[in-house]
Design a protein around this ligand. Sequence first.
Ligand code: BGC
Length: 467
Amino acid sequence: MTAERSGQTTAGMADERAPRGLFVYVAAAFAALGGLLFGYDTGVISGALIFIQKTFSLSTFNQELVVSVVLVGACVGALSGGRLADRFGRRRMLIFTAIIFIAGAIVCAMAQNVMMLIVGRSIVGLGIGLASSTVPLYISEVSPAGARGWQVSLFQFAITVGILAAYLVDYAFAASENWRWMLGLAVVPGAALGLGMLILPESPRWNAQRGNLEKARSVLVKVRGTHHVDAEMREIEATLHQAHEHGHLSDLWLPEVRLAMVIGIGLAIFQQVTGINTVIYYAPKIIQAAGIPSASGAILATAGIGLVNVVMTVVSMWLIDRVGRRPLLLVGIAGMAISLGVLGYAFYSPARSGSFAEIAVVTLMAYVASFAISLGPIFWLLIAEIYPLKIRGSAEGVAAATNWAANFAVSLTFLTLLQVIGASRTFWLYAVLALAAWVFSYALVPETKGRTLEEIEAAWRTKGRVA
Ligand code: BGC
């Protein structure tokens, strides 16, 4: 790790080597639309479900299925998406992902029965999974080292905007009870993603890995907006002897990548088991339990939480290439642990005073703000930058799939935990897991700020773990 942590000195060099062209912003912004769909499609169901239930008279089990089948699809999509992105390229996978999103949205919007809806939601889930493994990868490979942090974080930013947009669309169509429009509107960003990727280039690093160095160079020239790309090309070529043959799944456990795998999988689990989606999916319920009885008040407070999520993600993007990944991660996770502790205490105190609901809402906001500057963006960023090129897609896919599996487990158990051990202990449990996440991050997570992907890859190798 020492090699990574001493990486700051190379930041300036990396910047010089890779002057920024306008094109890279366009590429990153279009790819991030995959994140918007991710956020929209996970967020939209909370408001749509009440009306879907009316149309099809869903049983509780079928309701749970309509909600959670997305997570199962996402897990499958993430696992296969990474590997397919290594094989067929990042760009082609993103075009395919856009088609999947569009198909899923149309099937959902036109569903004539619950079976068709469940099929549509599985297709949407597949799209979300594919996006979660391919978007950060693509952005990290086209971005210059000095701006990679905030550019990959555009993905998380888009997720949060997608969630907020979903809350607002749900609100807008609530009066007409038109859940078909709520689910169908995802066609719009889906089409934008597909069209954008049709005109954007393939990742230079993937081209190089496939032996197409000329193409890699011409893409670099285009995205950097300069012909001075020799240094970056040399670095990419230097890693090619590691990457020329196709990575196998068994390569994921080679000694030189094992620690990186542990970090990716560990952060994937911690991002979810510290409870973020209990808030994202069930915020109105938590707020009502805290004493704001009216549904509209709860929805308004939920939208406020969605807004905090967006704004603090922007703050994180502003800081991430300046102060680095580690400080943000550690401060943010500490904030999460503290706010979860306070939340547990607030629900614990037997005599709830008049300001109880306000305290609960403010604490929820503090919790979401802490997540948004740390585990939210930094998990997706790190899994796009810490793996060697040879297995980057597959390894990221494994981390993303683990994240979806953990998300599924937490979403399924949250309501039961509330019933069995109560709200306080549930939040305290998440607080303890946040403390564990802090220790894990402190001990293992490397600083990658300002370093090229090739420097990060070399640093893992120089730790004496190369087979
Ligand atoms: C997580 C999602 C979560 C979202 C909230 C993402 O980083 O992976 O599970 O819903 O952040 O902003």
